[in-house]
Ligand binder design. Structure first.
Ligand code: A2P
Length: 287
C-alpha cells in the first residue's frame, strides 16, 4: 500500500483519568520483534467479530498530536497488509521504520500492552478469489511486501489449490530477509498446519531470496534474474505460462510496475475480486 490519508475523523473519548484516552477501535499489542534497524513486526489482539481473507489489508495507526487550536486529536492511520493468516486468533503486521515518517517514527516504539487503532474493515486484491485456478503460484515481494505472503503462506487454501508455490523476496540487505526466512523455515515444524493441510505440505514451497546491496548466495533484482533466465534455471521452471501459472505481486511501486509489465509480456492478465484472472498486484505499505 502506498501511504494513505486517514479515513475517519473520529476523536478520542475522554475518560475521568487525566490525559488517559479510550481509543476508538483500539486493540492491544501482544508482542513486538525488531528485525533490523529498518524493520519490525508486531502482533496484537483481534476483534472476535473481525473476518478477513488471507492477503488483505486494514487501516491501523495511533492517535495523532492534538490540534494546537482545538486540542482535538485525530487518528493517524495507514494501510497495512495483515501478515497473519485468516485463522489466527491474533493479528500480525510487518513494518518498515522511517525515522521521520508520520506514523512509523512512533509506531516503532510500541510495546506489549500499548493500544493500536484498528479499523476492522479488511480489503485487498492479493486474495485467492481474484485468481483463476492454476498449478503453480508465484509470490513476488520486495522489502515489507512480504507481509501479505506471510499470511498466504500460512493459509491452507494456498496448498490445497496449487501443486507448487514459489516465493521470491528481493531486499537490499541480508538482514532484511530474516522475517521471511524464519517464517518459511518455521512452516516445516508447524504441527497445526501439517494436521490441517497434510504432512510435508511445506515441500510445495520454493523459496528464492535475493539481495541487491549486500553479498548473499543470490544477488540481483528478481526482475533482472527473470529477464536473464537465471531465476527460471535456478528454480527449474520456464517463464510463467498463463495456462498454468498464477502470480501475486507486492513491493515498491517501481517493482510492481516493472513486474506487471513482464507478466503481461508472458501473456498473464491482471485479475480482480469481481473478475479473477492470472495475476494480481498490490503496493507494499511505504511510510
Ligand atoms: P535496489 O537495491 O537495486 O534498488 P526498497 O528498500 O528501496 O523498497 O527496495 C527493496 C528491494 O527492491 C531492493 O533490493 C531494490 O533493489 C529492489 N527494487 C527496487 N526497485 C525495483 C524494481 N523496479 N525491480 C526490481 N527490484 C526493485
Amino acid at each position: 500500500m502506498t501511504e494513505m490519508t486517514p479515513v475517519t475523523n473520529a476523536t478520542a473519548v475522554k475518560t475521568d483519568a487525566p490525559k488517559k484516552m479510550v481509543l476508538p477501535d483500539a486493540q492491544t499489542v501482544t508482542s513486538v520483534r525488531h528485525w533490523t534497524d529498518r524493520l519490525f513486526s508486531f502482533r496484537m489482539t483481534r476483534p472476535t467479530s473481525m473476518r478477513f481473507r488471507s492477503g488483505e489489508f486494514v487501516m491501523i495507526g495511533l492517535m495523532g498530536d492534538a490540534d494546537p487550536k482545538t486540542g482535538k486529536q485525530k487518528p493517524l492511520l495507514r494501510a497495512y497488509s495483515i501478515a497473519s493468516p485468516s485463522w489466527d486468533e491474533e493479528l500480525e503486521f510487518y513494518s518498515i521504520k522511517v525515522q521521520d515518517g508520520p506514523l512509523t517514527s512512533r509506531l516503532q516504539h510500541i510495546q506489549p500492552g500499548d493500544e493500536i487503532i484498528l479499523r476492522p474493515k479488511p480489503v485487498g486484491t492479493l486474495v485467492h478469489d481474484a485468481l483463476l485456478p492454476g498449478k503453480r503460484l508465484w509470490f513476488f515481494a520486495t522489502g515489507t511486501g512480504f507481509a501479505p505472503f506471510a499470511s498466504l503462506l500460512r493459509e491452507p487454501q494456498t496448498y490445497e489449490d496449487y501443486d507448487e508455490i514459489i516465493i521470491t523476496h528481493t531486499c537490499r540487505e541480508v538482514g532484511e530477509l530474516a522475517y521471511g526466512a524464519e517464517l518459511i523455515e518455521g512452516l516445516k515444524s508447524d504441527e497445526l498446519l501439517a494436521e490441517v493441510i497434510g504432512e510435508g505440505f511445506w515441500k510445495k514451497i520454493k523459496y528464492y531470496p535475493t539481495t541487491t546491496r549486500e553479498q548473499s548466495p543470490k544477488m540481483g533484482r528478481i526482475t533482472d534474474l527473470m529477464r536473464s533466465g537465471e531465476a527460471f534455471a535456478d528454480l527449474g521452471t520456464g517463464p510463467l505460462d498463463p495456462a498454468t501459472d498464477r502470480a501475486m505481486i507486492c513491493g515498491n511501486l517501481a517493482f510492481n510496475l516493472e513486474l506487471k509489465e513482464m507478466l503481461e509480456s508472458y501473456g498473464l492478465e491482471e485479475g480482480a475480486n469481481s473478475d479473477p484472472k492470472q495475476y494480481v498486484v498490490e503496493k507494499a505499505f511505504l511510510d
